[in-house]
Design a protein around this ligand. Sequence first.
Ligand code: CDP
Length: 752
Amino acid sequence: QEPIAITQNGKPTGASSSSSASLQPPSKVASKPPRNYHRSEGAEKFERKTQRHHESKGKFPSNTHNETKHNAPNPSIQLVKRRDALLPGRKSLPIWPHAESIRSALRKNNVLVLTGETGSGKSTQVPQFLTSEPWCTKCIAITQPRRVAAISLARRVAEEMGSLMGNQSPAAKVGYSVRFDNASGPNTRVKFLTEGMLLQEMLRDANLEQYSAIVVDEVHERSVNVDLILGFLKELVARGMGKRKHPLKVVIMSATADVDALVNFFDQNADSNTGSSANSADNSAATEPVDSKSVSKCFVEGRQYPVKMTYLPNPTQDWVESALKLIFQIHYKEPLPGDILVFLTGQDTIESLEKLVNDYAEGMDKDVPKLLALPLFAALPQHAQQRIFEPTPNRTRKVILATNIAETSVTVPGVRFVIDCGKSKIKQFRNRLGLESLLVKPISKSAAIQRKGRAGREAPGQCYRLYTEEGYAEMEERTTPEILRCDLSHAILTMKARGIDDVLSFPFLDRPPREALEKALLQLLHLGALTDTGSITESGSRIAKLPLTPTLGRVLVEAVEQDCLGDAIDIVSALSVENIFLNLVTEERKEEAEEARRELFRREGDHMTLLVTVQQYAEEHADRKLWCQKHFVSHRAMQNVMNIRKQLHEQCKRLGLSVSEERPPPSDAHTKAILHCLLKGFISNTARLMPDSSYRTLMGNQTVSIHPSSVIFGRKTEGIVFTEFVFTGKAWARGVSAVQLDWITEVVESIM
Ligand code: CDP
C-alpha cells in the first residue's frame, strides 16, 4: 500500500508566540476553590459553549466492546472496523508522506537515523511501514525508555493493525515486553519493549537473531540503557552482523535534531571521510546493493500550533500550590475541550496535588464542568496509566499530573494547557562518595521546550511556566546524558555478562569519565559480581539476569545462602516502587497516620517494616483496599508490589534460586540474616554513629542524617544501612535499618 500524500497546508506550524502577560503568585490555599475563581466570567462561558469532544473528531471512535449481548460482536470484524476508522488519522500524520523514503533508505543501508518532533508518528508508524519489506521476515523490536510508553504504544499499534495483543491470541501480530510483564506471542511481528528488556534479550542472544530490525526510539533521552544499546548495535553492525543469517536493520529515532553525532557514530566511513558520508533518505535506491558501511538520515518536519507563553513574575518554591491555583484559574476561564497537563517532579508531589485538586473540585458549583485528575508516573499500575488515553467524559476537563514521562515519551491527546514546574527528579552519582542520589533539579531548555510543545499538538495552546523568564535563560541547553552522571555498575555488569572484557574501550556515544567506570568496577568487585581480574563471577551472572540493580540483585543472591529469599523478595519488591506509605500533607494527618501504622513499624528499621507491611497485606483476604486506608498505605503501590513480588518469584525459579515455602518464625537470628543480605548489597551505604551524634558513611566519610520519613528517625544506633541517598540541601539516608558495627565489619572483611 502506497502512502497517500496529505495536505499539511493551512495548518499553522512553527514558532510559538510569547506573551508578556504574567502570572500572579498564588495566594494562600483556601479549603474551597479560591473565591475569585467562583462564577467568573469564564464559568458562564462554559454554559454557552457547545462541548466539542475528541470523540466527535473521530480521534477515538467509541469503544468496540460496548455492544449488547443480543448482538454479540464478532471480534475480528470489530478489530477491522477500528483499524479502518484509525487509518485517516494515520494518513494525516507528518511521517506518512515519508514512508517510501524510509523504506528505500533501509533497502540501501542497514542503518537509518530518523528525526522528527514528538507526535509526528515515528513510534507508531515506522514499524508498520517496515513489516511488509522483503528483508523483514522476522519481528521488529522498538525500544522505549519507559514501560508506560511501551505498553500504550503496543496497544495503539495493535488497534491500528487490527490485531489483538500478543498475550490475547497466538495469532496476534503486536506485543510488548516490559520488566515484570510480557505480552508477546509466537507470531508477534511488532514488539515494543523497554530498553532494559532488549539488553536482557541481548544477554541471551547476542546477535538478536529473532529480529529483522531494531528501532531505537527516544534516543534524545539518552538513558544509560540506550547508550549501551547503541554501543552494542554499533559493534553488531561493524562486525558485519556477527554470525547472523539475515541482515539486521537498525533505525535510530530522536525527537531532537542532534543527528550528526548519531550518524557519525554508526557511519563506518566516518573515520576516513572528512564530512559525513550519510545518504539522504530521499534518494530512492531500491535497486542498488546494500551499502553496509553508510548511514541514511531522514528528517520529518513537525506540526506545531502556536503556544502562548506565560512566566511567573517572581520565582516560587511552592509549585504545588501555584499549579493548583492555575488549574482552577484555567478551568473557570477557558472553554472546553482543553485538557491540562501539569509537569511535576515525582509521585509524591503528584499525589499531593491530585488530592488537593479532588478536594477543591468537590466544592465547585454544580453548573461548572467536572475536573478529572489523573496521575501519570512510571510506577503507576498499568490500568491506572491507561486511563490517560481514554476519552474525556462529557462536560469534564482532564488534568493530567505527570512526571517528565509526558515530555516526549507518552503523547496525551486533548491537551491545550501545560503547566511546567521547571524541575525534574534526576539521578546523580557522586563519584567521591560512591553514592547515587535522587535530586530535584532545574530541567534543561530543551526539556522546557518539549513540555511547552505538548500544548500545541492539536490546536493553539498555552504554557504556564512556574518560573521566571530569567530562570529559563539560566537553564542549561540540554540535559546531560545519564551515562555522564549515573552509577555505571549496572551498565558494566551488563557488558561483562555479554562478554565485553575491556569496558574502557567500549564504543560510547559519550564516554563516561574514567573515574566513574573505575568506581563501578570496584563496586561490582565489592558485590562479588566480578573477580579481582575483572571477569564475571557466577553470582555476577545471576545478578545480571535479574531485572534489578546489581545492589538489589546481590541482596537476593545472598538471601539464597541465608535461606530467607522469600522475605528478601518481599523487601526488594517494596523497594522497587517509589513509596508504599501515603505522603501526608498536614501535621494532623501525619500524626493520625503514625498511630495507624504503629502495628507495622519495626524497631529494626524501615526494611523490616516494609516486610511486615507486605506480609500483612498479602495475608489480608477480606478487603485489601480498606486495609490500606486504615493503615495509610497506598493501595496503588501495594498492587504494584504484589505484581513485582510474583514476577521476582518466577524469575528466581527460572534462575534456579529456590524459595522455600515455609517461612521461619520471626526471631533475632532471622532478622539478622535478612539485614546481613541487605549489607551484602548495600555495603557502600553504611554509616556509623559519631560522638557528635551525626552519622558518617564508612566508605566516603560523608555525613548523613536519617530521613524524617524513616521509622528510626531520631533514634541513635551504632550503625545504619540505607537503601537510598537523597540530597536536598542536606544529605539524607532514606530506607534505613539499624545494624551492629560488627555485622558491617564482617561483610567488609568478606569482600576485601
Ligand atoms: O513517536 P512520535 O512522538 O513521533 O509519534 P507517535 O507516538 O507515533 O504518535 C502519533 C500519533 O498517535 C499521535 O497523534 C498520538 O496521539 C497517537 N497515539 C495515540 O493515540 N495513542 C498512543 N498510545 C500513542 C500514540
